[in-house]
Ligand binder design. Structure first.
Ligand SMILES: Nc1ncnc2c1ncn2[C@@H]1O[C@H](COP(=O)(O)OP(=O)(O)O)[C@@H](O)[C@H]1O
Ligand SMILES: [Mg+2]
Length: 352
């Protein structure tokens, strides 16, 4: 008899007062302990009296009785529901030794924001800077796979009396991702305030130590979450990633306006035009402008922001991302593009 089995039996018990949902999904089962021939189930009920409490207790006893081997000793305890665990109080202590916090943003998903963020982090580290990357894209954390750290489970350590998460370290960069907390392949569904506090934790509840740069892979879009995130984090400014397409460029304008909004008021260090052209592996000298030519540079001029760099669309960038060994580690021309991008960013950040 395992605790998991007991949980499965308990799913047979439905709460007639709550749309007949099973008591496990309703969160009424606080704890299950199965040892030898004894099962102890602790049910938690809300403080407000539940008229069906006795019925549920009886139904739980019956469900276990039906499923467990004869002679099993069954004990059902009830407790008052504990108040929801208090959100850890987040302070700026975690980033007090961080030189520059830079957001990597995009108006929409799929433009290569994470690819750019991961490679930029590695490129900065290759230039000799101390770098961390917080994957705050709660809707699609891709940093674990891109860096081959998907098996990493963060330890917690006490720092200044608080529990802090220890980031992964690989390729000379410290990585923290919400993906380290969810089973692989399982989509995370976070909404509104939950998403917001989860992603702030990815930045403020991490033992970063001293860093020159902390990059933040932001969720795509320009909604309330972004405004709240940016206002609560001492983010100096952002890099905006786009593709040359007209639609992507319209989104960039929204992103730029968000950072320039008086309530947010952060710098835009520049735009990165990703997938600027396609270069076939076999013909590295050829350039095909699939999404239009120089859209990024035109837009950068129109919005009065620097074009930090152009990254070609090459098969090896995607492969490297899938394999967990980002291209910026190598010496090919496209790796060099990320190193150029990194030095251009450093230049912009140091400009006053
Ligand atoms: N320059 C590029 N060349 C080839 N593939 C790329 C390039 N940039 C991104 N990709 C691929 O496109 C997909 C989306 O990129 P990703 O960085 O996850 O985008 P986002 O974070 O904006 O959603 C990934 O499969 C990635 O490997
Ligand atoms: Mg991404």
């Amino acid at each position: 008899m395992t605790e998991r089995e007991v949980f499965d039996w308990l799913k047979e018990v439905r709460h007639p007062g709550q749309d007949d949902k099973d008591i496990v999904s309703l969160g009424l089962v606080d704890e299950v302990a199965a040892e030898g021939n004894k099962i102890v189930v602790t049910l938690s009920f809300p403080r407000r009296p539940d008229a069906l409490k006795n019925y549920i207790v009886g139904a739980v006893r019956a469900a276990i009785y039906r499923n467990a081997p004869g002679g099993t000793d069954i004990e059902i305890k009830t407790v008052e529901r504990k108040a929801a665990p208090k959100e850890p109080e987040l302070t700026l202590d975690a980033v007090k030794e961080v030189g520059h916090i830079v957001g990597v943003a995009s108006g929409k998903g799929g433009v290569g924001k994470s690819t750019v963020a991961v490679n930029l982090a590695i490129a900065l580290a290759r230039l000799g800077y101390r770098v961390g990357l917080a994957d705050a894209d709660v809707y699609g954390p891709s940093v674990p796979i891109m860096t081959g750290t998907e098996d990493y489970t963060p330890d917690m350590i006490k720092e200044g009396g608080r529990d802090m998460m220890v980031p992964a370290e690989k390729f000379g960069v410290k990585w923290m991702s919400i993906g380290y907390f969810s089973p692989p392949g399982q989509a995370l569904i976070w909404r509104g305030p939950m998403a917001c506090s989860a992603l702030k934790q990815m930045i403020l509840q991490v033992s970063w130590g001293p860093l020159d740069f902390l990059l933040v892979d932001m969720p795509p879009g320009t909604g309330d979450i972004h405004i709240s995130l940016v206002s609560d984090i001492p983010m100096e400014g952002a890099v905006i990633v786009t593709t040359p397409q007209q639609v992507a460029l319209a989104d960039v304008e929204k992103g730029v306006n968000m950072f320039r909004n008086p309530n947010v008021n952060r710098k835009i260090f520049g735009v990165v035009e990703n997938m600027a052209w396609f270069t076939p592996e076999a013909h590295p000298e050829e350039k095909y402008y699939l999404f239009g030519k120089d859209g990024g540079s035109k837009m950068a001029r129109a919005l009065d922001i620097p074009l930090l760099g152009q990254i070609p669309l090459v098969q090896s960038i995607r492969e490297a991302g899938d394999n967990g060994s980002p291209l910026a580690l190598g010496t090919r021309a496209d790796a060099m593009a990320f190193l150029d991008l990194a030095s251009k960013l450093v230049e912009e950040v140091n400009k006053e």
